[in-house]
Design a protein around this ligand. Structure first.
Ligand code: ZN
Length: 273
């Protein structure tokens, strides 16, 4: 646990929140995506719902793995995302040592992905940067800022993560759980955007606090809500808006079954697990 003055934000560079101009002189609205997992039907619904509401798209990793449309997803990310970091599934399909950590279902999907990716998309995914990545005064990370493979599930786990953050605001993924954590003068609390069950749920960001924010998973939500998850960060309004959007789950499931991927990867999509 952090020693010292609990009122002082624990990061080394104790800067304030991003100024609102994204460093470009204009107000920027960011579409933040994570854990797309080769689910084109889910990504397509997110793109349609968010169209016109953002200026720049960002991705916190796991473009591929589990789903049956890795090339459609990677094509869109390549063409449309201003900053992208890798997730563990973006590494695993080509790295024996990483596959060893996967369960048989995830391993099967990873090996299938390696065969399905075009050489251009394989090269793109292979070259993705490891987080944390600094973008316009905030950071992108897949797992935690000290370990890209670490699952930040609880406020207790997030306490350490805040000590490693170099900015007051960071976006992460990996858990497939929309929400995140707030550092508020030494206390770390969980953000639960879905507790009232309606969207969008808007959270103002306060310059005295710190934020680890998870947009949730586009392609394989695990919080019991099967709808695709994403968020928009409005730097001018200093607000995070959490969204969910229904998509064509049946087609995504059919594509997975037709590809010969493990059927459980199709079944879980309709349950959001
Ligand atoms: Zn993932």
């Amino acid at each position: 646990m952090k020693q010292g003055n609990p009122d002082v934000f624990p990061v080394a560079a104790r800067q304030g929140l991003p100024s609102g101009d994204g460093g470009t002189g204009t107000l920027v609205r960011y579409l933040v995506l994570s854990d797309l997992h080769s689910n084109w039907q889910a990504l397509e619904a997110v793109i349609a719902a968010a169209a016109g509401h953002y200026d720049r798209a960002l991705c916190c990793g796991d473009l591929v793995g589990y789903g049956a449309d890795p090339n459609a997803v990677v094509d869109w990310v390549r063409a449309n995302c201003a900053a992208v970091i890798r997730g563990n599934h973006d590494r695993a399909w080509k790295a024996e040592e990483d596959l060893g950590w996967f369960n048989p279902v995830a391993r099967h999907a990873a090996l299938w992905t390696g065969r399905a990716l075009t050489s251009e998309n394989a090269a793109y995914v292979t070259a993705l940067a490891k987080g944390p990545l600094l973008v316009d005064g905030f950071q992108l990370t897949h797992g935690s800022p000290y370990d890209e493979d670490e699952y930040m599930m609880s406020a207790e786990e997030a306490v350490l993560a805040f000590e490693y953050l170099e900015t007051r605001l960071a976006f992460f993924g990996h858990t497939h759980l929309q929400g995140g954590f707030i550092w508020n003068h030494g206390r770390v609390e969980t953000i639960s955007p879905f507790w009232q069950g309606f969207y969008p749920d808007l959270m103002r960001v306060d310059g005295d606090c710190g934020y680890l924010v998870n947009p949730g998973s586009v392609g394989q939500p695990r919080d019991g809500d099967p709808r695709a998850a994403y968020l928009i960060y409005d730097s001018g309004a200093a607000a995070v808006e959490y969204y969910r959007v229904a998509y064509d789950v049946e087609t995504a499931q059919r594509r997975i079954r037709e590809a010969g991927l493990p059927p459980i990867l199709a079944d879980r999509l309709s349950e959001g697990r």
